[in-house]
Ligand binder design. Structure first.
Ligand code: HEC
Length: 149
């Protein structure tokens, strides 16, 4: 009886671990899409003069970035290499070969967001902040993001 209970518990644990991993793959792709769609695209359009500067949208974009940045760290567990459904990009295998460097790049991004999120109060200031944060996106993508379609 005890053994059966233990085996069931162990099986439930193993199943949860597998689900958590496949979830990580989908979650990180969905969050990266949201980074662009809900935060960085509207800001990019303002910086490029395609949309008028709007303080409320800038503040909302940075709040979204900070919210997503806080969710990202656990989403590259071991054995979660793969391509999410509907992904345009995936995570390079190099992430797991250089995990410390990847985590440092993620920390740089989070720091840049948190240190700069309240600094843009007009278009010129937004352009400055934009360069700082955008560099942390590019730094990571250059090494660790792979186009899949
Ligand atoms: C620490 C690394 C890192 C940082 C910082 C980062 N990204 Fe990503 N990004 C990735 C990885 C890895 C993927 C592939 C995710 C996956 O496994 O599906 C990705 C995917 C994407 C995608 C493609 C999603 C798709 O499949 O269509 C977009 C768009 C994106 N990132 C935008 C951004 C923007 C904008 C920023 C900065 C504001 C940013 N990312 C910051 C690593 C990063």
């Amino acid at each position: 009886m005890f053994r059966t209970g233990f085996a069931v518990a162990a099986l439930a644990f193993a199943t949860t671990a597998v689900l958590a991993q496949s979830g990580a793959l989908e979650q990180r792709n969905a969050l990266m899409k949201s980074v662009w769609r809900d935060a960085w695209r509207p800001v990019t359009q303002m910086v490029r003069g395609q949309e008028p500067y709007e303080q409320a949208k800038v503040d909302a974009a940075f709040a979204k970035l900070a919210e997503i940045a806080a969710k990202l760290p656990p989403l590259w567990p071991a054995n979660s290499i793969g391509v999410a459904p509907d992904a345009n990009f995936s995570s390079s295998a190099k992430i797991w070969e250089n995990k410390a460097d990847f985590e440092a790049k993620l920390a740089n991004f989070t720091k840049a967001v948190n240190e700069n999120r309240s600094k843009a109060k007009n278009l010129d200031e937004l352009k400055t902040v934009y360069q700082v944060v955008n560099k942390t996106c590019d730094d990571c993508h250059e090494s660790y993001r792979v186009r899949v379609r």
